[in-house]
Structures are given as C-alpha cells and as structure tokens.
Design a protein. Structure first.
Length: 283
C-alpha cells in the first residue's frame, strides 16, 4: 500500500532552524535597506521581541508547531495591527524585505513564488490606511535581478527632520480637522505640545500644555497622566511635532494616541474656537 505525504512549508524551509533564519534575515534587511526606513521606524529600537513574535507566528502559519496560538491565542492580525498605520507603502516595504529574504534562502522557485503570493495576500489583508507620503516600492523583483543579502556593516543613513516626521506619521493615527472635535470629546486628555509662548497666544479649549521637549518628563511626573490606557489627542502648530510626540508616547506604552492633522493652524482656519488670555484693563 502506497502512502503519500504532503510536505509543509515549515518542513520545506528546514524546520525551526530554517524559519528562524528567514526571520533573522527579514529583520536584518529591514535594518539595512534605505527603502524601508519608514517601516523600521514603526518597530522598537531592539528587534528581539519582534523576531520572536514573527518566528512563533510563522512556525504555525507554515504548518509547524503553533507556537503563537499556544502563547497568545488566535493571531487576529487586523486587530493586533489596528494601532499602526498600515498603508500600501508600508505593506510594500514589508514585502520587499520578505521577498529578498526568501530569494536568498529558498532555491525552489515554485515554493518561493507561492510563499510570496501568500505573504502578499496576508499583508494586503492588514491595510487600514491610504498610502502615506513615504512612497511605494516594488515588492516583487524584476526578472533577472540579482538579489543578495548585505548583512555586513550597517549603512549610516543621514536623516532630516522631514524624514523623521514622515516616518512618525506612518506610525501614528492622525484625525482630520473635520473629525477633531469628536476625537477631543472622546479623549481623556488634550495635549498642546507647542512652546509655552505659542500656547499662551491661543490654544484649543481644554488643552493642557506639555511642550514637545518636556513631554516625557511631564507625563512621568504627573500621576493623573500615568495610565497607559488614557485616550490622548495631541496637536502642535501644523502636525510635525505632534506626530513625533505621538511616537514618543507609543514608545512609552500609551496605547490610544491620536494627533490632529494640520494642527492649530488648520483648527484656526476652520473657524473653530480657541482660548486666548484676557489682557488687563488699565482704565
């Protein structure tokens, strides 16, 4: 009697060692490729936790031990990524890293193509935002491209303020000015992260001042602002400082942070109310 066995992707990749190697190469590429700078900024400085989570998820997804489900339950990928801005550009940067990692490790062209197709479907399923300003890169190499890993000395990338703000906006949730009042009503805290003189010249009703440069210190020293479950809305003059501030709050563990697109200037242009200090009368 003949028996046939279907080899899983987990087995085809070499089991645990092969999946770990794929994940390690994936994150090494994310660290090294200039094209994936915005994607890298969405991740923690240390990637060991991300590597562990991706390895455990892929282990089960590839048909091996279901490590992620055993530890954390159903993956619920869309829900777990809801606090991240997953745009087509971010999806394509993620796929660029995975495509190159697979290209370097998987010699079987049929298996590689099928895995890239499955990863593309999964990544597209997570989309929750229109494309960001970071630009889109091709996820699939062109025929004849010579793709190789560069895991030697990391490149030094010179970053401008614009680069940092663009990457920050890819990580945070911005609300349009038309939706800002509703977001503020639902928030626990409204923070103005401009400088003190800007705040004094006029600010949104109910806003607490916490300049961008001192934000982390103010939150850490204010017991009423310590809860990481606080619903926080931020704004600055336009939106750049608020995006950077929102990233800082994410890194501190705050889970529900939004920034107002266009900031104070857009609020003022829309004719919405502001608070100005009253001047003393000398009569």
């Amino acid at each position: 009697m003949m028996t046939s066995t279907v080899q899983t992707a987990y087995e085809a990749l070499g089991g645990e060692a092969g999946v770990r190697a794929l994940v390690k190469n994936f994150y090494a590429l994310m660290d090294d490729l200039p094209e994936t700078f915005a994607l890298r900024m969405m991740h923690p400085e240390r990637l060991s936790g991300s590597e562990t989570s991706l390895f455990e998820f892929l282990s089960g997804w590839f048909g091996g031990p279901d490590l992620y489900v055993a530890k954390k339950g159903h993956p619920r990928l869309r829900m777990r990524h809801a606090n991240f801005r997953v745009s087509p550009a971010m999806r394509d940067q993620w796929l660029l890293c995975m495509t190159q990692a697979l290209d370097a490790q998987v010699a079987d062209t049929d298996l590689r193509s099928r895995l890239i197709e499955k990863f593309s479907q999964m990544a597209s399923h997570l989309l929750n935002s229109p494309d960001a300003a970071a630009g889109t890169v091709s996820a699939t190499p062109q025929h004849g491209d010579n793709i190789s890993l560069n895991l030697s000395k990391p490149r030094t990338i010179m970053k401008t303020a614009h680069d940092l703000v663009t990457a920050a906006k890819a990580r945070v949730q911005e609300v349009a000015i038309a939706e800002a009042e509703q977001a503020i009503r639902e928030a626990d805290v409204l923070l103005d992260v401009r400088e003190a003189d800007e705040y004094a010249a006029g600010h949104l009703p109910g806003a607490i001042h916490a300049s961008r440069g001192l934000l982390e210190f103010k939150l850490s020293s204010s017991p009423e602002l310590n809860s990481r479950d606080l619903r926080i809305v931020l704004y600055c003059k336009t939106s750049g400082r608020a995006a950077l501030a929102a990233c800082a709050l994410h890194d501190m563990g705050y889970l529900q942070v939004k920034s107002i697109s266009g900031g104070f200037d857009a609020w003022l242009t829309a004719g919405k109310p502001i608070v100005k200090p009253s001047l003393p009368a000398f009569e």
